[in-house]
Design a protein around this ligand. Structure first.
Ligand SMILES: [Zn+2]
Length: 382
């Protein structure tokens, strides 16, 4: 696997500002098709894609084909304390946006296994509709509510007080159609609530999992303002910690888009990825020369472990396991590698383990956990 500067610029239309100016980018070669664990009986597949940055508005996107990604396998693993707090925050924000004292009509796009609507407390009650790509809802749909299989937007009879999509828009090919389709389904005072990763932070801080083929769009606040302006809506923002940007679109009035932001977040991110691999190789070599290790674990059974092991032979040769907090991944093979996933607790069985933590929003959480499980563990942070 390799990331290198693209040899030509791209001139397809920007998904936000529609500019066809030359977009500069990078080619990612042979990235694992599935981020996470391998399924038995299926050979590993690798895909190549481009990462592009719009010269005009700074919008970052990939041209990875969502069809190439196994959708059912994505995001089924949004677990852990951060995601629990994200869900609580978003549910509270949705509750505050609902009409008081009457039953609310609510639509959730892409609930996956974690329907947000069922965690919203509303005194008048909620009549819920869910739309997702899976044939059947992977959760119990309550009596009177409905689940629709399909790609949003769809024509529906009902007008909704709230339409919510949590960590969905970053996967959607045409964001403007998605949002204007949602606008058509809104009641007069309704709102569209969209949560996406806070990419300005994720990419700006050089998180490893900031740009991957599972996300085709990386909208910042300014891009949501442009989109709101295009569809004649107003957008306001709130944040969930530093993890997610929550946008609320209402029909109040059309607003002018803010100044397009063209600061380059992409080039520093790519160079940080390369530098962090070199640093991991060096730190590991140094740590092993000081003292042998009986286990070299890399944290996070996803791209955060897959990419480094596939991009660096030195790491692949030395890493002995992957640790992850998701029980259903334990004992499984990490896609694209020969590594088996173990629990964080497994580090407790070693005298002198090393844990490598690449930069992600979950790193501090992981570090604390490792220190509690095994105070002798040496942590390499890159
Ligand atoms: Zn643009």
């Amino acid at each position: 696997m390799k990331i290198s500067q693209a040899s030509t610029d791209q001139t397809t239309e920007c998904r936000v500002c529609k500019s066809t100016k030359n977009h500069k980018g990078y080619d990612v070669e042979s990235a694992p098709q599935i981020l996470g664990c391998a399924q038995e009986g299926r050979a590993d597949q690798f895909i190549s894609f481009g990462i592009w940055r719009c010269e005009n508005c700074g919008f970052i996107s990939t041209d990875a084909d969502p069809e190439d990604m196994a959708y059912e396998l994505l995001h089924s693993e949004a677990l852990g304390p951060t995601w629990t707090r994200h869900k609580e925050t978003l549910a509270k924000f949705c509750a505050d946006s609902l009409p008081k004292g009457k039953e609310a009509q609510a639509l959730e796009v892409g609930p996956s296994c974690n329907p947000l609507l069922y965690t919203i407390a509303h005194e008048g009650g909620i009549k819920a509709t869910f739309i997702d790509m899976m044939q059947e809802a992977p959760f119990t749909v309550k009596d009177g509510d409905q689940y629709i299989e399909g790609a949003f937007p769809l024509e529906l009879e009902t007008k909704y007080d709230i339409i919510v999509a949590s960590h969905v828009l970053e996967h959607v090919l045409d964001m403007q159609t998605f949002l204007s389709g949602a606008k058509n389904l809104l009641s007069e005072n309704g709102s569209i609530i969209i949560s996406v990763p806070n990419f300005e932070i994720w990419i700006g801080r050089k998180y490893w999992n900031a740009i991957t083929p599972e996300h085709i769009n990386y909208p910042f606040k300014s891009h949501f303002e442009t989109l709101a302006n295009q569809i004649g809506m107003e957008v306001t923002f709130t944040y969930f910690e530093e993890h997610s940007l929550i946008s609320k679109f209402t029909k109040n009035r059309a607003q002018l888009a803010s100044e397009s932001k063209s600061e380059d977040f992409l080039t520093p991110w790519v160079s940080a990825i390369t530098t962090s691999i070199q640093k991991a190789e060096n730190d590991l070599k140094e740590s092993l020369s000081e003292k042998a290790a009986d286990c070299v674990a890399i944290a996070g059974a996803s791209h955060i472990a897959q990419y480094p092991c596939l991009m660096s032979e030195k790491l692949a040769q030395n890493v002995t396991s992957v640790i992850d907090n998701s029980k259903i991944k334990h004992g499984k093979r990490l896609y694209g590698t020969n590594l088996t996933v173990s629990s964080f607790e497994s580090l407790g069985e070693y005298q002198s383990p090393i844990a490598i933590l690449f930069n992600s929003p979950y790193r501090e959480e992981m570090k604390k956990q490792i220190n509690t499980i095994n105070p002798n563990a040496r942590i390499i942070e890159v």
